[in-house]
Ligand binder design. Structure first.
Ligand SMILES: N[C@@H](Cc1c[nH]cn1)C(=O)NCC(=O)O
Length: 439
């Protein structure tokens, strides 16, 4: 338990968490606010589909690249300062996006959206770890992840309405405006810990940064968390952020509204399973990696049936696919629990930053690979992709799953051996085996 963590969830802890959660929800909203604006963006900036996809790639790249710097900054300056900075950057970036009248300016605004977004999630996890008792942390972390995804749903419906009725500038200005309220709420409510408004960590000398990062990365538990995050969430992220809609429409012959419904079902599956997984890992921490292996196995098996299906896969099978793929989102959060139990509190945010890169780098690689493979498998310069081209493109996921699964198995062995060496009693208690030396 972190010093000062409260036993049980006090009213203040819940209030701090609620504000942090709303800021994260707002970040997910901004992150996803382009998903329904593709046509409007193409018209406003006179851009091609590839240039449109660049918005998503840039955002993912900046988000992932910022994770380690942000993790270090949170350990140094605390969650409150970074959340305030993140919410301010997001608000300014969306305002800039509202007024952007060229592709270059719009791209620059998306860079800052990625930057502000990157400052949110790690801070909220850090607040959860400081304000809640350890036995509650896995469930509150899962709730944070799943409730935050509501931002993606909120982005879809009101943004579609706003773009149709208010036009580009007013829609994005409207989207930016809740940021001002959140900045005020953060100032009024969020304290870094019980009884401390701002918590400062040790200063950031280069040698210490290197040491702290090396210590986090060297721990097999952190690497296990990284590869868990890497393997579980990319499929759902890439379907939700970019390629899901075209895959279901052009690759599986569905109508636009059926494809939209499938993506909504995926978010519902994410939201329904998160708390269950959070509860499960809090009572069975030893089985965290087993749960991830089973979930990734189920995702691989479901994709294999869909991709091997002769012709278009039947709708119930596609519903099954999005449900199982969606479970990968909350399953990725198990990686953060490995980071928490493998690192001391002063390194927690940087370990979380390392782990949180996994799924987003995997998603970025997949977004790019799918685009390249679709172009390679489609004759001429047309973007009229065929079901066969989609089958090739989606099969790239096996490369990422293969790599991720091998690494999970490797680091699970190493992490268990490390615990056995460092804390034989805890190892015996968790694994149900006799302590080394006992017979
Ligand atoms: N795995 C996601 C969050 C999530 C939880 N349930 C479904 N998705 C994650 O890593 N989040 C980080 C972020 O910034 O969103």
């Amino acid at each position: 338990m972190t010093s000062g963590a409260v036993e049980g969830a006090s009213r203040q802890a819940l209030l701090v968490w609620a504000v942090g959660l709303l800021v994260y929800l707002l970040a997910v909203f901004h992150r996803s606010s382009l998903a329904v604006a593709g046509l409007a963006a193409a018209e406003r900036f006179h851009i091609s589909a590839a240039q449109l996809a660049t918005f998503t790639m840039v955002q993912l790249l900046v988000y992932a690249g910022m994770q380690i710097p942000v993790g270090l900054l949170v350990d140094r300056f605390g969650s409150r300062a970074l959340l305030l900075t993140g919410a301010t950057i997001l608000t300014c970036a969306q305002t800039g996006f509202a007024f952007a009248d060229s592709y270059g300016l719009a791209l620059l605004a998306r860079v800052f959206v990625g930057m502000g977004d990157a400052m949110t999630f790690i801070c909220v996890l850090r607040l959860v770890n400081t304000w809640f008792a350890p036995r509650r942390i896995p469930v509150v972390v899962q709730l944070t992840g799943v409730l935050g995804q509501l931002g993606a749903i909120i982005a879809a419906v009101p943004m579609t309405w706003a773009l149709a009725h208010l036009g580009w500038t007013h829609s994005y200005l409207l989207a930016a405006s809740p940021g001002l309220v959140m900045v005020l709420a953060l100032l009024a409510v969020v304290h870094d810990g019980p009884g401390v408004r701002t918590l400062r960590g040790p200063s950031l000398a280069l040698a210490e940064i290197r040491h702290s990062l090396a210590a986090s990365w060297e721990h097999p538990g952190t690497r296990l968390g990284f590869w868990m995050h890497f393997s579980t969430q990319f499929s759902a992220t890439v379907l939700g952020m970019l390629w899901g809609y075209p895959f279901f429409v052009k690759g599986e012959g569905l109508t636009g509204s059926q494809a939209g419904l499938l993506l909504t079902i995926m978010v519902v599956a994410i939201m329904a399973t998160g708390p269950v997984l959070g509860w499960r890992i809090s009572v069975r921490p030893w089985q965290r990696s087993t749960m991830v292996l089973v979930i990734v196995g189920a995702i691989v098996a479901s994709w294999t049936v869909v991709l091997a299906w002769p012709g278009n896969a039947p709708l119930p099978l596609l519903v099954w696919l999005v449900v199982v793929t969606g479970v990968g989102g909350p399953a990725s959060m198990i990686g953060f629990d490995l980071g928490r139990t493998s690192n001391p509190p002063h390194r927690l945010a940087s370990a979380t930053g390392i782990i949180n890169q996994g799924g987003f780098y995997a998603s970025l690689v997949l977004v790019i690979a799918i685009g390249l493979i679709l172009d390679w498998r489609t004759p001429g310069s047309s973007s009229d992709y065929t079901p066969s081209a989609f089958r090739w493109a989606m099969s790239f996921q096996y490369v990422l799953w293969g790599l991720g699964l091998v690494q999970i198995v490797r680091y699970r062995v190493k992490a268990r051996a490390r615990l056995r060496d460092e804390d034989p009693r805890l190892w015996a208690e968790l694994s149900g085996q006799p302590s080394p030396g006992e017979n």
